[in-house]
Design a protein around this ligand. Structure first.
Ligand code: GLU
Length: 479
């Protein structure tokens, strides 16, 4: 395989939003090509006019860019194989349908949709798999000519061989064979003159010199038809790799009903592109070993189709949340603050002091699954006074806690500088002075300052709250 010649494509239909499964397909294509010095193509498959959604293509492109997935050729960047939007290539598909007709490899079908529906119903009633009964395949040349002359609308169907089988090797699923008798005489050109997905997809993959078709498993059943089209045209087929299904936790096919499936939904909620990409990369690809955190560049180095499995991959939202926490924590303070600021302001935190805003966001970062979570954790900085529940009040009322509070106020008044590390050292001197240590020392202080039993580093919290607030909150707990 000549690495330089590898060409892959992501070929979404603009029917709405980018599905997380689509993101994974785009990602794997990109990783595979980039890892082999190949070329990535974005092709918009918009020939199904009934499913077309205005603005969906732009939205797909924008969402992919947000995720960090870029293409070498496509509607925006152009390239030698354009146009990259199928509705602008319809003449090419018609030409190819004509060619198959002329060579006797396809035929015109004049059956109306009513006739087809009735036939389908009959077959279902007889408990048969509904297939086209091929009646127009039997029409004589004269009959076809007469119907054409009468201007009867028609489709073009491929003549699937009646016996034999199609065999091929899928890079993920291994050897596949499909008997022709289970393949329908697929419509290639619809009566509105638009091609079906099958014809347009094959014609374009050939003309765009695609070497590897990497796509979701739902397209596996179509692959025999596609291979047959390559044969009919006398073209070399690309290699195929079908990616495993994405599943809900109950192992049903990933669906909207059990959670969000649109990449935009995760984006709006505040998931970071790096977290989503890292998570999605592991849905079907096994890097080997225990490592889970990978940047896009690292994924490019590590990824291989050989390590893509056949088994469905469960979309575990908790795992995605874990990734998001990891990536939020790793952000530089300026970036973290920028992401969290709208939420901080909404929760009543004054973000004018940049340094303080960054420090507070950083202190709380390990408690965040999503940036919006900061609204609950930031309360300790925004509320005037801390309220304690029964159990916490008992802890702060204990004689040892009272001793700690007394001493704390004495030393805190003169503590210089009022900085995290120094404040912690100061607390250690309180341990020496009072003999109270460990949990009994830290817990009452934390409760008095924050109202919570757990939380970020105590020195840091004290510094960020400021000396005055800390002393005031502790004084309030002295009985
Ligand atoms: N347009 C198809 C889709 O929406 C492309 C399938 C393929 O990659 O062949 O997924």
């Amino acid at each position: 395989m000549n690495a330089e010649n590898i060409r892959v494509r992501f070929a979404p239909s603009p029917t709405g939003y980018l599905h997380v499964g689509g993101l994974r397909t785009a990602l794997y294509n990109s990783l595979f090509a980039r890892g082999h010095g190949g070329t990535t193509v974005l092709r918009i498959e918009d020939t199904d006019r009934s499913r077309y959604v205005e603005g969906a293509a732009e939205n797909l492109i924008e969402t992919l860019a947000w995720a960090g997935i870029t293409f070498d050729e496509g509607p925006e960047q152009g390239g030698d194989f354009g146009p990259y939007v199928q509705s602008e290539r319809t003449a090419l598909y018609r030409e190819h349908a004509e060619r198959l007709l002329a060579e006797g490899k396809a035929y015109r079908c004049f059956c109306t949709s009513e006739e087809l529906a009735a036939s389908r119903e009959r077959q279902v009633a007889e408990k048969k798999d509904p297939t086209y009964d091929r009646r127009c395949r039997m029409l004589s040349e004269e009959e076809v000519a007469a119907k054409m002359k009468a201007g009867m609308p028609h489709t073009v169907r491929m003549k699937v061989p009646l016996v034999g089988q199609m065999q091929f090797r899928d890079l993920v699923r291994g050897d596949i064979s499909v008997h022709y008798d289970v393949i329908d005489d697929q419509v290639l050109l619809k009566s509105d003159g638009y091609p079906t997905y099958h014809l347009a997809n094959v014609v374009d993959d050939h003309h765009m010199e695609i070497t590897h078709v990497i796509r979701g498993e739902e397209w596996l059943p179509s692959t025999a038809k596609h291979r047959l089209l390559y044969e009919m045209f006398g073209w070399d087929p690309p290699q195929f790799a079908h990616l495993p299904l994405l599943l809900n936790p109950d192992r049903s096919k990933l669906s909207k009903r059990q959670g969000d499936v649109a990449v935009e939904d995760y984006r709006t909620k505040g998931y970071l592109p790096e977290a989503l990409v890292n998570f999605v990369a592991l849905l079907g690809w096994n890097p080997g070993g225990d490592r889970e955190l990978f940047t896009l560049e690292e994924l490019q180095e590590e990824f291989s189709l050989e390590r893509v499995g056949k088994a469905g991959a469960v979309f575990d939202i908790e795992k995605l949340q874990w990734f998001n926490t990891q990536y939020l924590r790793a952000l530089p303070p300026e970036k973290l603050a920028e992401i969290c600021e709208p939420w901080m302001r909404e929760a009543g935190f004054d973000t004018i002091d940049r340094e303080r805003t960054q420090a507070v966001a950083t202190a709380l970062s390990s408690y965040l699954t999503l940036p919006s979570d900061i609204t609950t954790h930031i309360e300790l900085f925004t509320q005037d006074a801390v309220t304690l529940d029964e159990e916490s009040r008992e802890i702060t009322a204990a004689p040892e806690s009272q001793q700690v509070f007394q001493r704390f106020i004495e030393v805190a008044e003169t503590q210089e500088p009022w900085k995290g590390e120094e404040i912690k050292t100061m607390v250690k001197t309180i341990q020496k002075d009072t003999g109270v240590k460990g949990k009994k020392l830290f817990m009452p202080l934390r409760l008095a300052m924050t109202g919570q039993q757990h939380g970020p580093d105590l020195g840091m919290i004290a510094e960020l709250l400021g000396r005055e607030t800390v002393i005031e909150r502790i004084r309030r707990r002295i009985l």
